[in-house]
Design a protein around this ligand. Structure first.
Ligand code: NAI
Ligand code: 15L
Length: 267
């Protein structure tokens, strides 16, 4: 059945601002949510909801009345565990609990390459590779994928977990020549993740058709995701930057600099 009300979390963020524009029209009502300000509703088809994902009751109210969710909200970089715990770990539990209570059928979860960040850049992996999270942030996304798996097996709520590479207007460094996901390809992948039937819990890598990919999406072929863009037009610009040392984490690991952050706190 067609969607009635689509929820977009993280709507004030970098990707949220893009998808707020590009997903409107997929459902009669788009509800946008964030802890940060989002401005007024853009038109009569949009609802604006301010919510802290760490607040269970607020998340329940955010989800009520929605039949599908694109979940971008949360801490999006490496941070101390306590911050990641609130927004991402408690947050994803609150989201799935609310989805169960309110009969949400489909969730598109913004997972991350940092779930597998400790693979080396010389390795090529698929969705079945053992996860190797590269920090608390990556651990929280790994937990989110397990939450999605459990809520499908137990309650039949379907999820596509998109392990987004680097989704920005253009690739900013050598690593992103491999990991870049254009906004157009992101939009295509989110739409396919929302509307492909019988996805169960599918894990897909979110990268454009870059020349030297680390990630093989054969396990998600049923989504029919065919990226149209490539990082190649930026190669000369990116390779004009000074090259990192061969043993620099940005040149060794798929997760790049995230693998070398922390420890945080008193140590
Ligand atoms: P972003 O940091 O710009 O946006 C995240 C949004 O979540 C922000 O607007 C923030 O206010 C909101 N948020 C943070 N804590 C919250 C809380 N406790 N309650 C409610 N909202 C909260 O990040 P970006 O780049 O837009 O990424 C969106 C999603 O995609 C994130 O989940 C991120 O982890 C994921 N992702 C993004 C990648 C990228 O290349 N942009 C790569 C891999 C994953
Ligand atoms: C992510 O998960 C982050 O949200 C984003 O800001 C980038 O750092 C991206 O990964 C990346 O690995 O380039």
């Amino acid at each position: 059945p067609p969607l009635q009300r689509l929820l977009l979390t993280g709507a004030a963020g970098g990707l949220g601002q893009v998808l707020r524009q590009r997903l409107r029209g997929l459902a009669p009502v788009l509800r946008v949510s964030d802890i940060a300000g989002m401005g007024a509703p853009q038109d009569a088809r949009e609802e604006v909801n301010t919510c802290d994902l760490a607040d269970k009751q607020a998340v329940d109210a955010m989800v009520a009345g929605c039949d599908a969710i694109v979940h971008l909200g949360g801490v999006s970089v490496e941070r101390p565990f306590e911050e990641v715990l609130e927004a991402n770990i408690k947050g994803i539990f609150h989201l799935y609990e609310a989805a169960r209570r309110h009969g949400v059928k489909r969730i598109v979860f913004a997972s991350s390459n940092h779930v597998i960040g400790f693979y080396q850049q010389s390795e090529k992996i698929d969705a079945n590779a053992r996860r190797r999270p590269d920090g608390y942030y990556g651990l929280s996304k790994s937990f989110g994928e397990d939450m999605a798996s459990f809520y499908f097996d137990r309650y039949g709520i379907e999820t596509v977990s998109i392990r987004i590479g680097s989704s920005f207007p253009e690739p900013k460094d050598r690593r992103m020549m491999h990991s870049w996901l254009s906004y157009d390809d992101l939009v295509q992948l989110v739409e396919k993740s929302l509307f492909t039937p019988n996805v169960g819990h599918t894990v897909v890598y979110g990268a454009s058709a870059n020349r030297d990919l680390w990630w093989d999406n054969h396990a998600a072929a049923h989504l029919g995701f065919v990226p149209k863009d490539s990082s190649e037009p930026w190669r000369a610009k990116v390779e004009a930057q000074p090259a990192p040392a061969a043993n620099d984490p940005v040149a060794v690991y798929q997760g790049g600099a995230f693998t070398a952050q922390g420890p945080f706190g008193d140590t």
